[in-house]
Design a protein around this ligand. Structure first.
Ligand SMILES: [Zn+2]
Length: 96
């Protein structure tokens, strides 16, 4: 959620701009800010949220398409299971 003013900030329960960004550890100080609610509520500088999102995308890309000589550890699609180099436990399937 994008926070662009004091009204937005107070509405999401952040009492002041002295709270620290969990990415860069600096005080929030100015808008715009981003509220993440994925793993508990956290407020980031908008630029830090963008940097974090890019880092996650790069990590995911490297994880799913590792550079040579590394090989993909497993596949998520069981229809491609025969091409997987290692035993492909379905690590991302929901627990039943
Ligand atoms: Zn930050």
């Amino acid at each position: 959620m994008l926070i662009v003013n004091d009204e937005h900030r107070l509405r999401v329960g952040i009492p002041s701009l002295s709270k620290r960004c969990p990415y860069c550890r600096k005080a929030l100080r100015a808008y715009p800010l981003i509220l993440s609610d994925d793993a508990g509520f956290a407020v980031y500088h908008a630029t830090c949220a963008a940097a974090l999102a890019i880092e996650i995308q790069v990590d995911l890309y490297t994880f799913f398409r590792p550079p040579a000589p590394y090989q993909q550890l497993f596949v998520l699609d069981v229809t491609q299971e025969k091409r997987a180099p290692a035993s492909s436990e379905d690590l991302c399937s929901p627990q039943t």
